[in-house]
Design a protein. Structure first.
Length: 347
């Protein structure tokens, strides 16, 4: 990940002749100190490659930067040092920071939506992706949304670098235990369906008959009694349908939005507003999805394959003492809701 662009510092008054003559040494000092501080390798930091004074009161720095000191970080780092030098030596303040013509270069070819805030244009060619940002002012630079945008782009780059490779691991050590050949190699799902112990209900959903439910209960009880309870875990009951904002905080919506189901509220609790739809279904004995969709609000809940979101939400904004940690709870109140690329196979 590389950045190029212009950093403009709007001064409180025109630059003096003394400042103009000494600007070169100020830039050299910035390049040697604050723009590379703590980055390890110089290419990870930032560097002012050209500079000028525009309209008598605007310092213009052309900057290239790496992933450790991103261009907006460089702007804020340099501002702090500049404000100190300009104020003390030249009696000049800094009124605003503007970033112009910022281009973020990524390795690989990526899809980046133009709906993402601050993204003005995207060019993809020859194994590179160039993201052109709109003009940013100091108030924009300080918002966390800019950091989140850059983090998003960095994660896209990393996923492409690792994705598609056959393996991402290497063997460190292997025990001397010989692997036993499993005595049963048939497909259990097929057999369970054939003997009538399970029956497909919907995508990723099954009805378990009493014999299979009993078998699962035995396995579950062994796990509870031999693992969870000896380790000190206690049972809790969590909801299975979560508000969107909870999934946003836990990261599930950003990371696995394609592997969950969504739920919507009705447009009204007044049954009279549904009369037309009810009459249609009564006569046709059909429930057309598009028509039903007109009577529900946009999704406000999701049903996730994970069950940890309510646990996070329960302790949100809570302060816990060290003595109370770790919290050992488990939930077995019903199944999770799975989608996983169109529906999982079997149980």
């Amino acid at each position: 990940m590389k950045f190029t662009g212009k950093i403009l510092y709007v001064l409180s008054k025109p630059a003096s002749e003394k400042l103009k003559s000494e600007l070169s040494s100020i830039v050299d000092e910035l390049n040697k100190t604050v723009l590379v501080k703590g980055v390890g390798k110089p290419e990870y930091g930032a560097k002012i490659v050209r500079y000028a004074i525009a309209d008598s009161n605007i310092l213009v720095f052309n900057v290239v930067s790496g992933r450790r000191v991103k261009i907006h970080d460089a702007a804020l780092r340099a501002r702090k040092k500049l404000a100190e030098v300009l104020g003390k030596k030249y009696r000049i303040g800094i009124r605003n920071i503007i970033l112009e013509d910022v281009v973020i270069e990524l390795e690989g070819e990526h899809k980046v939506s133009l709906k993402v805030p601050y993204v003005k244009n995207v060019e993809v060619s020859n194994g590179r992706t160039l993201i052109y940002l709109s003009t940013l002012e100091e108030s924009d630079i300080k918002k966390p949304i800019v950091d989140r945008l850059i983090k998003l782009l960095y994660e896209k780059e990393q996923r492409l670098l690792w994705g598609g490779k056959a393996e991402h691991w290497y063997l460190v050590k292997e025990s001397g235990v010989k692997r036993k050949i499993p005595p049963f190699k048939d497909d259990p799902n097929k057999i369970l369906e054939e003997i009538g112990w399970i029956k497909r209900f919907s995508i990723g959903q099954w009805i378990y008959t009493p014999p299979f439910t009993y078998l699962l209960s035995m396995v579950k009880n062994i796990f509870l009694n031999e693992v969870l309870k000896p380790l000190g875990f206690r049972e809790a009951t969590f909801p299975k349908m979560y508000p969107l904002e909870v999934g946003l905080r836990t990261g599930h919506l950003r990371g696995t939005i394609n592997s969950m189901l969504f739920a919507s509220l009705p447009v009204s609790y007044d049954i009279a507003e549904f009369e037309e739809l009810i009459d249609y279904m009564y006569v046709t004995n059909k429930a057309p999805a598009e028509e039903v969709g007109k009577y529900v609000k946009p999704p406000s809940y999701f049903l996730c394959f994970a069950q940890c979101e309510p646990f996070y939400q329960f302790f949100s904004k809570e302060i816990l003492s060290e003595e109370s940690l770790p919290i050992k709870w488990f939930d077995q109140a019903g199944p999770s809701f799975r989608w996983e690329a169109g529906g999982i196979y079997g149980v």
